[in-house]
Ligand binder design. Structure first.
Ligand code: SAH
Length: 394
């Protein structure tokens, strides 16, 4: 087996699990893309086993501190451990992220579970090459009705992998009805615009819906209705929900009808809608909403465009704050891991200063516990959120 000698001071020595090309002192042997390599320090001390891909800037990702091969037994064991952990998390239904990459010791592998249906993404070369073993592992632990491959994520490009979708086991269930926290939703795991629902947000639906009773709610960037549906079910006085995707809005309408909920869905650009609503207010007039949700897509895929992204976040926060009624609540989320928790809170603070509103923080949010974060590997955290209340008239 080939070996990478890691330079002193590499991030691996500070708790990270990745090796960048610049952190490799020497390559011993001739490892092929996707191979398992051994890591060692300059004094020949072993540091564990990693997957290798010289086409990526991240040339190696450690998956074990021991000497370990990626064989069928290994995948079965890791999947069993991932399942044990999820079962201990006490979810009310078997709808969760079963495998979350490094946080489950399987770098680049993401598996979502919708009861007997599984959706798989292999985002690293090594995992992609071992799809058959992963499917075998899933079959050994569950009796899956289907295993769908949704490898259409643009992240795969960095590893030199093509976009591909398909059925790896069983037959595609087609449109599938699932229930999460009492709300029924239809998902299409193979053909849908998104791989199912936003599993990472489920706790946050509950947290936000808990504040929605009797409230006039505006859900911006609603996709297939996540927050809007849960708020309506919790007894909101009215719910307006906006998304720029016509197909997401069409599905959201089907979801609302299936649950007997009345929601005003609007297919529009949320920036325009907020702007229009704001300009409809006369000076000093109280905004029309008691609860506003902002859950935009990631405005940046890299650190370079961070400033533009922060400007975008600030704009929607500023407008949303102005649209709040007295004691109104803003629940805001950011799913870009390039924006830190601190930076995101700062955007909210800056917007509140400009809006001349003091806000108080009621809750902070993150991705649900089936997407655990490794604190020493910040890339495993991407979702952060804050719920604040505007303190008008103080
Ligand atoms: N809140 C949703 C997830 C939002 S994902 C849930 O919990 O299910 C981000 C959404 O923003 C996507 O559905 C995308 O279509 C939408 N979007 C992107 N740009 C937009 C814009 N300018 N205006 C409105 N929606 C937008």
């Amino acid at each position: 087996m080939s070996t990478l000698v890691i330079k002193p001071r590499a991030r691996l020595f500070h708790g990270h699990e990745w090796v960048y090309a610049t952190e490799v002192q020497r390559v011993l042997g001739d490892p092929q893309p996707g191979a398992v390599v051994q890591l060692q320090n300059v004094k020949n001390r072993p540091l564990g086993s990693a997957i290798y891909n010289p086409h990526s800037q991240i040339v190696a990702r450690r998956f074990s501190r021991r000497k370990q091969d990626l064989d069928a037994d290994f995948f079965q064991r890791r999947i069993e451990r991932a399942l044990t952990l999820r079962e201990a998390m006490g979810f009310s239904e078997p709808v969760y992220r079963l495998v979350w990459s490094e946080a489950d010791g399987l770098p680049g592998l993401v598996i979502d579970r919708y009861g007997p249906h599984f959706v798989l993404q292999t985002l690293t070369m090594a995992m992609d090459q071992r799809k058959k073993l992963i499917v075998k592992g899933l079959n050994a632990v569950f009796q899956p009705k289907s295993i769908i491959e949704r490898n259409d994520s643009p992240i795969r490009k960095a590893e030199g992998l093509e976009a591909v979708t398909g059925v790896l086991h069983g037959a595609s269930p087609g449109p599938l009805e699932i229930e999460v926290l009492g709300v029924r939703q239809t998902v299409d795991l193979l053909e849908g615009q998104k791989t199912g629902i936003y599993l990472d947000q489920i706790d946050n639906y509950a947290a936000v819906a808990a504040l929605a009773k009797g409230a006039r709610v505006l859900d911006c960037f609603c996709n297939q209705g996540g927050f809007a549906l849960h708020c309506a079910r919790a007894g909101a006085a009215s719910v307006t929900a906006v998304d720029s995707s016509e197909s997401a809005i069409a599905t959201a309408r089907v979801n609302a009808a299936a649950n007997g909920l009345t929601i005003d869905f609007v297919a529009a650009n949320a920036f325009d809608l907020l702007k229009k609503a704001e300009s409809a207010l006369s000076p000093g007039e109280e905004g029309p909403y008691d609860l506003i949700v902002l859950d935009p897509p990631s405005f940046t895929r890299n650190r370079k465009s961070l400033n533009d992204a922060l400007r975008g976040y600030k704009e929607i926060h500023l407008r949303a704050l102005k649209l709040l009624a007295r004691d109104g609540i803003l629940a805001t989320f950011c799913c870009s891991h390039h924006v830190s928790r601190g930076e995101f809170l700062q955007v909210l603070c800056d917007a509140s200063v400009d809006a001349k509103q003091t806000v108080r923080l009621l809750a902070t949010h993150g991705q649900r516990r089936d997407h655990p974060v490794i604190p020493t590997l910040p890339e495993t955290e991407y979702l952060k959120g804050h719920t604040v209340q505007a303190m008008a008239g103080w």
